[in-house]
Design a protein around this ligand. Structure first.
Ligand SMILES: Nc1ncnc2c1ncn2[C@@H]1O[C@H](COP(=O)(O)OP(=O)(O)O)[C@@H](O)[C@H]1O
Ligand SMILES: [Mg+2]
Length: 371
């Protein structure tokens, strides 16, 4: 009797968004811990231009450091996802040759951040192809990615979000004076951010009206839709992980706090990823029990409000009196062992390899299609 074939897991990383390098770093970590005795692992890269390739997936080459910005090897053999839901296939097309089948894929682990990866678009592709995948589906991914709609859905569920103004492309282009007035009514200092980005890319803290235009233009380099919020001055910044149990219930991790930004004004890209001095994280956060409980309940409620699946990280501001406000939800949070999400779960008793395993099992067990 031949042995049962191992489930085939396609780890997809890179992608067209500005978070390409962060995605490679996440993939480097997942590829180095994923249990190859249990799974047949296929690393698939998506280049900056959107070309899918069969990647070698060497963790050293994909790591992100201050001196090395990793990227997908766009020269590797091209890959095609079959759109026939009865086949669940990924096909490799060697240059100049007839495509041959890589075969059925049991689960795709889309380790992608930002648009065309974390925003429901690739999830839609997998749904069309009948392929199972880790994490949230189309709607939750799309809502979680778009800070404008995220706030609409969270506030409709009665959850606290920061005040904000949305600047649509045509509004800024046709009547910037009206936009400046709306922003002034929020009260400076403000944070200006692209509606659909991540890793703090395109975000500026603006002290007064003078700095607004440049900040809006900078955010618009990432997204024509821009969000402005009053700065949560003096608030503490904390995060909480949500992970589904195998029975489908959502559980909250211990809470973590970003206790220092080093030389940075806020938790910007360099503070997040470049291992800079003075950037300090504390897991668990030193907070009163009732505030922790509040954060954990709000995290699960936010997860449920969007209809998330698998995993999410919910980020908060905590004000002096213990008042808690949701800043954002991430449906595919940073996922290296040094990232907050895995660290919070490690502290809560779920190790990094266990986390990877749980997410794959959840995806494999859930039905494809409407759920
Ligand atoms: N309203 C705000 N008040 C204070 N700090 C903020 C505010 N919005 C964003 N920040 C700072 O900017 C960082 C990135 O903003 P965030 O909205 O989380 O975007 P991203 O999706 O890029 O992580 C936050 O972690 C925080 O340090
Ligand atoms: Mg954030």
């Amino acid at each position: 009797m031949s042995p049962t074939p191992k489930p085939r897991i396609a780890v997809v990383f890179g992608g067209r968004s500005s978070e390409h390098a962060v995605s490679c770093a996440t993939a480097a970590s997942v590829l180095s811990v994923i249990d190859r005795d249990r799974y047949d692992v296929v690393p698939i890269g998506i280049s900056h231009e959107g070309k899918w390739v069969l990647e070698s997936g060497e963790p050293e080459r994909l790591a992100l450091t201050a001196g090395h910005v990793p990227e997908v090897d766009a020269g590797a053999a091209a890959v095609v996802v079959s759109q026939d839901p009865s086949r669940r296939e990924i096909v490799v097309a060697e240059p100049g040759q007839t495509p041959h089948q890589l075969g059925e894929v049991d689960v795709v682990f889309p380790l992608l951040h930002g648009p065309w990866g974390e925003d429901g678009t690739i999830q839609g592709l997998f749904e069309m192809a009948g392929i199972k995948y880790v994490g949230s589906g189309v709607l939750a991914s799309a809502v979680g990615m778009d800070k404008h709609y995220m706030k609409i859905v969270l506030s409709a569920a009665g959850l606290p979000v920061t005040a904000h103004a949305v600047i649509k492309g045509h509004e800024w282009e046709s009547d910037p004076a009206a936009v400046r007035e709306t922003v002034a009514s929020l009260g400076y200092p403000v944070f200006v951010k692209p509606a659909r980005a991540g890793s703090s890319l395109g975000i500026t803290k603006v002290q007064d009206a003078e700095g607004l235009d440049a900040a809006v233009e900078h955010a618009r380099e990432f997204d024509p839709k821009v969000l402005v919020e009053p700065s949560a001055e003096g608030a503490r910044e904390v995060e909480c992980g949500v992970l589904q149990a195998l029975d489908g219930t959502a559980e909250a991790s211990k809470v973590a706090e970003i206790t220092g930004y080093g030389a940075h004004e806020f938790y910007d890209f360099a503070a997040k990823y470049l291992g800079e001095e003075g950037v300090t994280l504390e897991v668990p956060a030193d907070l009163p029990d009732e505030v922790v409980k509040d954060i954990q309940q709000l995290s699960v409620a936010a997860f449920e409000a969007l209809g998330c699946e698998g995993l999410a990280r919910v980020d908060f501001f905590v004000f002096g009196g213990g008042q808690v406000v949701i800043n954002e939800i991430n449906t595919m949070p940073g996922f290296t062992p040094a990232s907050m999400y895995p660290r919070m779960w490690a502290e809560s008793g779920v190790s990094y390899p266990e986390l990877v395993d749980r997410l794959i099992t959840l995806a494999a067990e859930r039905p494809a299609g409407l759920r």
